[in-house]
Design a protein around this ligand. Structure first.
Ligand SMILES: [Zn+2]
Length: 383
């Protein structure tokens, strides 16, 4: 995914992350486990010392990882970079907390059960070569050596590897997020027209409906998987926690949950790429999507997924110099006739179609709303 961009001499620095599945040997997996544990340990040590120091002196100070190595020699067995990164992450967490205590929470202690197993390491370019790099079918890391990896996408030759984050899922799979920096020539902003702009409306049934009548319809398998998930959930509720059957069902549940998350991510990525490649501007409502979530089972593909979809669209559009236009969510897009502009006070929101009493046009309710979103978006664009 791309994040912040800086412009220098017509070039923009972009960041791209590739997520890669890792297949460590048993020895490498053991080293990963140790590193996860050491990162958690050092985080908790630094946090507890920070707290003690703060309560005694009123000053904020976080000791560096080096301080702990004599009392905890096992820390020397893992990549020192990973420990330094914990120090950076904790410092950053405090910086955000001090700056905006209302938005960011005070850093918490990490627990094996609750917190994700992960560690981060930065790449360093030495004269002898980089400390971390990718090979044909693996990633070379500082302590682990070359770890076998499956790339779904290859990095470009000119991308610069900045850092990696190795993590483990609850189902025991290892992944590596590889962050790359790349310089790309800055593109001039695209000037969208009515013909090259699309309006999208969130839809409970179709995920989204566009002003031209196209719909996304999350694939059937997503629904099927979710129904399966619901069945396991019901079974779990009847079982005795801790029994062998229960543990088995929990294992199944986690695998399926992970599978659905992957399916959903795939779907959102493909849909957003398709739209960004086909259109020059996208209009959407700026709704508080959390409130729209009604059926918790559908929320995956639904409102929660729609928010993720909007963020994907935002960054993919931005990379191509195209705007995402957000329309005020209090505008009556659902009860305005997109043909003549009549605003009706009472509309049957349950009905699929709506006939305008003024001009007589019969609208598909959702397509009509998408058209209004587009019209409002275009008006904002030319304002
Ligand atoms: Zn009308």
């Amino acid at each position: 995914m791309a994040r912040r961009a800086k412009t220098i001499n017509g070039y923009v620095t972009q960041y791209t992350t590739l997520k890669v599945r890792l297949y460590p040997t048993p020895v490498q997996a053991e080293l990963f486990e140790k590193t996860f544990g050491c990162c958690r340990y050092i985080w908790n040590q630094m946090l507890s010392d920070q707290q003690r120091f703060y309560s005694e002196t009123g000053a904020h100070f976080i000791p560096t990882p080096a301080k702990y190595k004599s009392s905890a020699p096992f820390l020397k067995e893992v990549d020192n970079q990973a420990l330094i990164q914990e120090h950076n992450k904790l410092s950053q967490a405090f910086r955000l907390f001090f700056k905006e205590p209302g938005t960011f929470r005070h850093p918490k202690f990490k627990r094996k059960k609750e917190d994700r197993d992960s560690f981060t390491a930065c790449n360093h370019d030495f004269e002898s070569g980089p400390t971390i790099y990718t090979t044909q079918d693996g990633i070379r890391m500082t302590k682990a050596g070359v770890v076998k990896a499956k790339f779904s996408r290859r990095p470009q030759a000119w991308w610069k590897l900045k850092r990696i984050t190795v993590s483990k899922t609850k189902t025991g799979k290892y992944y590596c997020s590889v962050l790359y920096e790349c310089l790309v020539k800055e593109r001039g902003p695209v000037v969208p027209t009515a013909e090259t702009t699309i309006g999208l409306k969130y839809s409970m049934g179709h995920f989204y409906v566009a002003d031209n009548g196209t719909m996304a319809d999350p694939p059937r398998w997503l629904k099927q998987s979710q129904e399966k998930l619901a069945r396991i959930q019901q079974k779990l509720a009847r079982m005795e926690p801790g029994s062998k059957n229960y543990e088995e069902a929990v294992g199944k549940y986690r695998l399926l949950h992970e599978h659905i998350a992957n399916q959903r991510r795939d779907f959102l990525h493909k849909e957003s790429s398709r739209i960004v490649n086909d259109w020059d501007a996208v209009c959407m409502r700026s709704e508080a999507l959390r409130e729209m979530s009604q059926n918790p089972l559908r929320s995956g593909a639904g409102s929660e997924g729609y928010r993720a979809f909007r963020e994907l669209l935002r960054y993919k559009l931005e990379r191509q110099g195209k705007p995402l236009i957000l329309v005020d969510r209090y505008m009556p897009t659902a009860r305005t006739c997109s043909a003549c502009g009549l605003v009706q006070d009472d509309v049957d929101y349950g009905a699929r179609t709506w006939t305008c009493p003024k001009c007589g046009t019969t609208h598909d309710r959702e397509i009509n709303a998408a058209r209004n979103i587009k019209l409002l978006g275009l008006a904002q664009l030319s304002a």
